[in-house]
Design a protein around this ligand. Structure first.
Ligand code: FES
Length: 186
């Protein structure tokens, strides 16, 4: 009787241990398998150097004269870089307190020490047309900045929406000055 009990207990303990081992072994295999799947996924998600370079745009702003704009491309979208004249800066600052649909000060839309350089996407915030005003002789609209001919949106010299159906100012993308004359967008 005592032997039977001992045998039953031994079998039972073995069973538990075996199950525990199978459980741990299965987890270990899943862990290793998971890691071997995750690593290539993570390394694929990290952008390579050439992808990073392609996603940024560098512009030398030194050749842009006061009152001129240039068109560039950022992530396959038009980008406007404008150098404001002293009069345009004064006008934009005087308008900072005006009643606007999308209020923003010139200082909020430019970099400190470079308030004469305005960098915006060249994409109307209404339905995405490319506004006029960045090229010589183009219609700059009633506020002297950009004019979208698709449905008549007028942006001021700081790219702020002042009239027409567009709901928002021209978007200022992420950018920084990498030197006194060069900006890197993105
Ligand atoms: S897309 Fe510019 S006003 Fe409609």
């Amino acid at each position: 009787m005592a032997t039977d009990t001992a045998a039953t207990t031994e079998v039972s303990e073995d069973g538990v241990r075996r199950r525990d081992w199978i459980h741990i072994a299965a987890l270990g295999t899943a862990g290793v398998g998971g890691a071997s799947v995750l690593f290539p996924l993570i390394s694929q998600m990290a952008p390579s150097a050439d992808v990073l370079a392609a996603s940024t745009t560098e512009v030398d702003v030194s050749a842009i004269q006061p009152g001129q704009s240039i068109k560039a491309t950022f992530r396959k979208q038009p980008l406007f870089v404008k150098r404001l004249t002293a009069d345009e800066i004064a006008k934009a600052k005087a308008d900072d307190a005006s009643d606007m649909r999308d209020p923003a000060k010139l200082a909020d839309r430019t970099k400190a020490g470079h308030e004469d350089v305005l960098v915006t996407m060249g994409v109307c915030t209404h339905l995405g047309c490319v506004p006029l005003g960045a090229a010589e002789g183009e219609n700059k609209g009633e506020f002297g900045g950009y004019f979208c001919p698709c449905h008549g949106s007028h942006y001021d010299v700081a790219g702020r929406i002042r009239k027409g159906p567009a709901p928002k100012n021209l978007v200022v993308p992420e950018y920084e000055f990498t030197s006194d004359t060069v900006i890197r967008v993105g």
